[in-house]
Design a protein. Structure first.
Lengths: 319, 724
């Protein structure tokens, strides 16, 4: 079968372990960098692993008002995020499973969001409903900017396949950089901030009723279920940043047909460095800005949409 | 005739039988016999779907029949003779087979469902209940109308001449009008039926105009003659005019903006199984007519701007349709607005096919047309499913108001599970069928974007093709994400949390046959999603011969669509090697594997995790239903953000306790809705102008005999002068 010949179980295992291990580390790094910007010492970069491990040891407390949907949601959310991560190229310009393109990745993220938003409503808690309502709203506002940015880049190359986009971008070298490239990056960076639930759209560190979005939906979860949801959210963050790295900084990725361990090792190192750099950028933005009022968020995401369209115009008129 | 026994002879015969049984049941006042009629509907649908599916899978052939014509030779007038020649011919070709499959598949599930459905005269969501002691049409009449409606729709797809088409079209419109009026003591239902009747006939006038325009350039009224006229020559302006007439006429039936106003009124007013057919199948006759006229009869060679017009009408329908849906809390009206949205998505595919066809890219045009047709099929499946779910909820809770539901997932597990599948499918979530066809639509827009010339001068029209296509992609993305919000609102409001009304708390699951109808279509959503590759290969075989095959410059040639049972790949401009790919079974396998890994992680990393149950934490008091986020409050941020587009309003009435000087609030009544600008500006103002003009014309009819004689004299003089 075509799919099996282009993908290998070894590659799937390698990338699965890579993304599962890298996602908490990335968040630890961002938290550490944020603490340093704010003149705090902050927790160590390994703290997210300890948190996940601790949550797995706890009892699972479920609301008696909730249904089976509440039980399956952590697995769907985690599974969709992990599946999306396996469709993107990381160290090598070849995703381990060529089963879907960028649009499928966006669809899988929507699958996770659909279930999580439903789970927020399932318990009947007003906090969950509030978080769900806002998450669904932000999700709707993120989508046009995200698609305009992604498809703008994809249309110029003529494909929506992330591996092909990364390989061709790397081959073009610095000629890739132009007004369209930079504008699209700015648009998708705003999208990434909103999608990962960071300031100025959402605050990942708060449990204050009036401001929480993502945390509001998780409020009734505990123990192993919360661990899976947290890990899933970390994976989604990794997916978004991997997408940015592959589209806008494809340089240094190992060629698809280069299977020497040196090339793969170098590609892996470059990939981790890119993730770290993007994480530091997110930490900086989060420190430099204050959280927006909820009805100011549409202006921010509308700006992202406008910038993404400008990138498309620039791509067609400037080349 | 033997090869066409399964499709279309069996469904037509069985549905005629069903109609007769329904009439007999009405005559003898037998409810059991009326329900039994639906066995004929289900069997006819099943045989027809089998036959149509087989013939599509093996490459459908074209068969024509011409029936002995009672009108032939009656009139010596050449025009009448021309209309009568081959007037009652029917034909099956691949396009008719595809739509027949859609109809028969939906008919099977909906008929099964109808076996257990009680079309009670339920109270309207917003109006107070009317006393049920009036004379109402019996269930026998309803069953007869249901089967006649099915047969009329099948005849629309089979018609092979203008007269046959219009006869079937009118039969379909009139029968569906009567079905909408089933619950006729409710004034809102009568009003909905009236609006529907006016709109559908206004639309039919445009359809007739389109046919006459094409027939005027050819030698007859059979589709063969029309085809010969339409496909001859290049793109004359009359072809554009015929397309625009067809767009208005069929767009009315399909519910394209701004001709959709009847749809959210009429579809919810009908009993649920009729709503399922109207929204699932009848609006598709509009799409069928548009495809038949534009690609088959006119040859698809139209100026590029007509394609862009259709594309942007589609985008506007999609975005505004879903926004209006979000403002609704009547479940059936919400679903009806989603029909407007999905017809918009289909129109985007069709518009892209026109643009790509004129750009000389037949493979890409076939992809876009196939995407539109695939979404048509998919929408028939999930929209019928969702309307059946809404009918099941209505039967169980006696309400269509989402505000009064809640908690039904525990009381109606089957309805909940199948509704969830339909909600995921319509929201475009992988790996279900809605995602597959939206993915193909996105890919066709990507192909449109590639026809724009990079580096073109800013004033060159072609340079903006890319921007237009990508803006359309972004707005379709907005539509999909808003659909997610809307179906989370609908599913969450109906099925999750605590019941907010006594009826919802006492609801019981619906009978087995209704569950089977819903399970069948839910399975079809999954099957069409996982088998998207194979389904799309069959649909491409229908679409490809329709697009104009022009010579293509080699440099811009587009690779053909690649499809196998497990995957479908979009073409890539210039000879690329890695196209975008959607392998739904592999995506599902990946999802299941990754989800299972979550379970393994939980088992391996944790202790023996104990599960404890406790009430939801609401700051230390007991959870009450009125604390929940209701569907309306869920959609509130979207209502505020998009207020400029939907013009919402709300009235709050506060009633104070008597004698307490307005200190103690007794009751608060809250009423919210939208004032759609289209209805206000286009229809209200248009109607005012029309009535004013009619008033002025009335002066001609002054009641004076001498004046009328003068009119006749003037008319005679004018005719003599003209005919000289």
């Amino acid at each position: 079968m075509d799919l099996l010949s282009t993908s290998s179980l070894a590659g799937l295992l390698f990338q699965g372990i890579l993304v599962l291990a890298a996602a908490p580390l990335l968040n630890g790094l961002i938290k550490r960098a944020k603490a340093r910007w704010q003149m705090r010492r902050g927790p160590g970069v390994l703290q997210p692993y300890f948190d996940l491990f601790k949550l797995f040891q706890k009892d699972d407390m479920r609301s008696e008002h909730s249904s089976w949907l509440f039980v399956v949601t952590p697995y769907v959310y985690f599974g969709a995020a992990l599946a999306a991560a396996l469709l993107l190229p990381t160290a090598v310009a070849h995703a381990p499973l060529a089963a879907g393109d960028l649009l499928v990745v966006v669809g899988l993220l929507a699958l996770g969001r659909f279930f999580l938003v439903l789970a927020g409503l399932d318990t009947g808690s007003a906090f969950g409903g509030e978080g769900s309502s806002r998450e669904a709203t932000f999700g709707a506002l993120i989508e046009p900017a995200l698609l305009a940015g992604l498809v703008g880049v994809a249309a110029r190359a003529g494909t929506t396949d992330p591996s092909a986009l990364a390989a061709e971008g790397a081959a073009r070298g610095l000629a890739l950089v132009g007004p369209a490239h930079l504008l699209a990056f700015v648009a998708l960076l705003i999208v990434a901030i909103a999608e990962t639930g960071r300031i100025p759209v959402d605050n990942p560190d708060t449990h204050l009723e009036l401001t929480m979005v993502h945390e509001g939906m998780l409020l009734e979860y505990s123990g192993p279920a919360l661990a899976l949801l947290t890990w899933g959210a970390l994976l989604r963050q990794l997916v978004v940043l991997t997408m940015l790295a592959g589209l806008f900084f494809p340089w240094g990725i190992a060629a698809a047909d280069d299977t020497t361990s040196a090339a793969i090792g170098a590609g892996l190192l470059v990939y981790l460095l890119k993730l770290g750099a993007l994480g530091l950028l997110l930490a900086t933005v989060e420190t430099a800005y204050a959280k927006l009022r909820i009805f100011r968020v549409p202006e921010l995401l509308g700006t992202a949409f406008g910038v993404a369209l400008l990138a498309v115009v620039a791509g067609y008129l400037v080349g | 005739l033997t090869s066409s026994f399964l499709f279309p002879v069996a469904p037509l015969a069985l549905w005629a039988l069903g109609a007769l049984v329904g009439l007999a049941a009405a005559a003898v006042h037998s409810q059991r016999l009326a329900r039994g009629a639906y066995y004929a509907g289900a069997l006819g649908g099943l045989l027809g779907a089998l036959g149509a599916g087989l013939s599509l899978a093996t490459g459908a052939a074209t068969i024509q029949w011409t029936f002995a014509n009672p009108l032939a030779g009656v009139s010596p007038d050449p025009l009448t003779a021309a209309v009568a020649a081959g007037a009652l011919s029917l034909a099956i070709d691949p396009l008719a087979t595809l739509f027949g499959l859609l109809l028969c598949g939906a008919a099977t599930a909906v008929s099964l469902y109808s076996l257990g459905f009680q079309p009670g005269h339920a109270p309207h969501a917003t109006a107070p209940a009317t006393p049920p002691h009036h004379r109402v049409p019996s269930e026998g009449h309803l069953a007869a109308g249901f089967h006649l409606f099915l047969a009329a729709m099948l005849l629309v797809f089979l018609a092979d001449s203008v007269l046959a088409f219009l006869l079937a079209w009118e039969a379909m419109s009139l029968v569906s009008y009567l079905l909408v009026l089933y619950d006729h003591e409710d004034p809102t239902v009568r009003r909905a039926g009236y609006v529907y009747l006016v709109m559908t006939h206004a639309g039919t006038a445009f359809v007739i105009g389109a046919f006459l325009l094409v027939a005027g350039h050819g030698g007859g009224f059979t589709f063969d003659a029309l085809r010969a006229a339409g496909q001859a020559g290049g793109s004359g302006p009359w072809k554009t005019a015929a397309f625009l007439l067809a767009l208005v006429g069929f767009g009315t039936k399909a519910g394209l903006l701004p001709l959709h106003v009847w749809l959210p009124r009429a579809h919810p007013a009908a009993p649920a199984h009729v709503s399922a057919l109207m929204s699932g199948v009848m609006v598709k006759t509009g799409i069928y007519g548009l495809v038949r006229v534009t690609w088959d009869l006119l040859g698809g060679a139209l100026p590029a701007w007509t394609g862009w017009l259709l594309l942007w009408v589609g985008v506007a329908s999609a975005v505004l349709g879903v926004l209006y849906a979000l403002m609704e809390h009547d479940l059936k009206r919400l679903l009806a607005y989603h029909t407007v949205e999905n017809i918009g998505i289909i129109a985007v595919g069709l518009g892209a096919a026109l643009v790509l066809g004129t750009a000389g890219l037949p493979a890409a045009a076939a992809l876009a047309l196939g995407a539109g047709l695939f979404h048509t099929l998919n929408h028939a499946v999930f929209k019928s499913l969702l309307f059946m779910g809404a009918g099941a909820i209505l039967q169980a809770t006696r309400t269509r108001d989402l505000e009064e539901m809640g908690g039904l997932i525990r009381r109606m597990p089957w309805t909940a599970a199948t509704f969830l599948v339909g909600a995921l499918a319509i929201s475009g979530i992988p790996p279900l069928n809605g995602f597959a066809s939206e993915w193909l639509t996105f890919q066709s827009l990507l192909a449109v974007a590639r026809t724009g010339a990079p580096g073109a001068a800013w004033y060159a029209w072609e340079g903006w093709y890319g921007v237009g296509a990508i803006a359309a992609v972004a707005l379709l993305g907005l539509t999909a994400a808003l659909a997610v919000a809307c179906f989370v609102k609908a599913f969450g409001g109906a099925f999750l949390a605590l019941p907010r009304h006594r009826h919802a708390a006492e609801a019981a699951e619906v009978p087995t046959s209704m569950r089977w109808g819903m399970v069948l279509l839910a399975a079809a959503c999954v099957a069409l999603g996982l088998g998207a590759g194979g389904a799309f290969v069959a649909i491409s075989a229908v679409a490809a011969p329709l697009v104009p095959a022009q010579t293509v410059p080699a440099a811009t040639a587009i690779d053909g669509v690649v499809g196998t049972w497990s995957a479908v790949s979009a073409p890539r401009l210039a000879t690329g090697t890695m196209p975008g790919v959607l392998a739904a079974p592999a995506v599902l396998a990946l999802l299941v594997g990754a989800g299972a890994l979550g379970l393994i992680l939980r088992r391996s990393m944790g202790r023996e995790a104990r599960v404890r149950r406790a009430p939801t934490w609401v700051c230390g008091i007991d959870l009450q239903p009125h604390m929940e986020y209701t569907p309306t409050s869920f959609a509130e941020p979207i209502r505020v953000i998009f207020a400029w587009a939907v013009h919402p309003f709300r009235h709050t009435e506060v009633e104070y306790a008597p004698g307490a000087q307005n200190y103690f609030i007794h009751a608060v009544r809250y009423h919210a809705g939208v004032h759609p600008p289209i209805e206000r500006v286009l229809y209200r103002r248009g109607l005012t102008l029309l009535l004013g003009a009619a008033h002025r014309v009335r002066r001609l009819q002054a009641g004076s005999l001498r004046l009328y004689l003068a009119y006749m004299l003037a008319a005679l003089a004018a005719l003599l002068a003209w005919g000289r």
